[in-house]
Design a protein around this ligand. Structure first.
Ligand SMILES: Cc1cc2nc3c(=O)[nH]c(=O)nc-3n(C[C@H](O)[C@H](O)[C@H](O)COP(=O)(O)O)c2cc1C
Length: 193
């Protein structure tokens, strides 16, 4: 099973990035392959000028095509998800998220914008034909600390518990979808014989 993890924060030291790192570690410990991508991995001009023919963008689209699910991490910026993440999502073809499970993870300065994922990110994921967006996990800044050297950071106990619970759901959904695909493939094979 392959999960693509996308970190949508423009910041080098990123709290949402720390949450994503913990999530990726949990998934790897549970046998899931994770390909981690950050906004920083892309050429800013490719994103800003929507260069669909950039090799990096083509690789990104291919990684998403192969993925069973996506972890999407973002800071809340002005009551929405980050503009940098939007420039990346804009480059995906229209049906890119069809058949994939998405778990959104967001961090914000205050609890006031905890619904940003619901009213801002989910419609974009729907436009990409995602049918299964799981309940996102929202953390406030005081729940996440990061190290000075970008190697990672820590989550408080309540957030850790909520994150692991969310990841258990995510893994189950991935397994259900893999099962359904397998059954479909079996059915097609029988019909072909
Ligand atoms: C430009 C900017 C806009 C922000 N807007 C909001 C906001 O509207 N609501 C909020 O709760 N936090 C807001 N914040 C705080 C960030 O969401 C918060 O610090 C977040 O954890 C940063 O995540 P990151 O470290 O992954 O970039 C804003 C921060 C910045 C830099």
């Amino acid at each position: 099973m392959l999960v693509v993890s996308i970190s949508g924060s423009p910041a080098q030291k990123s709290r949402s990035g720390v949450v994503l790192k913990h999530a990726a570690r949990w998934l790897k410990d549970h046998g899931v392959e994770v390909k981690a991508l950050r906004i920083h991995d892309f050429n800013a001009e490719d994103l800003l000028f929507a260069r669909f023919d950039s090799p990096q963008v083509i690789d990104f689209i291919e990684a998403v095509r192969r993925a069973d699910g996506l972890l999407i991490g973002t800071p809340v910026y002005k009551a929405s998800f980050s503009g940098a993440l939007k420039t990346l999502l804009d480059l995906l073809p229209e049906r890119s998220l069809h058949g994939k499970v998405v778990l959104p993870l967001a961090t914000g300065g205050s609890i006031a914008h905890m619904l940003a994922v619901d009213y801002a990110l989910k419609p974009v994921l729907s436009a990409l034909k995602c049918q299964e967006v799981l309940h996102g996990i929202y953390a406030i800044d005081s729940q996440v600390t990061y190290n000075d050297d970008e190697t990672g950071g820590e989550l408080d106990d309540i957030l850790t518990e909520r994150l692991y619970e969310g990841l258990e759901h995510f893994q189950l959904s991935l397994q259900h979808r893999a099962h359904a695909r397998h059954k479909d493939a079996g059915g097609h094979l029988k019909l072909a014989l």
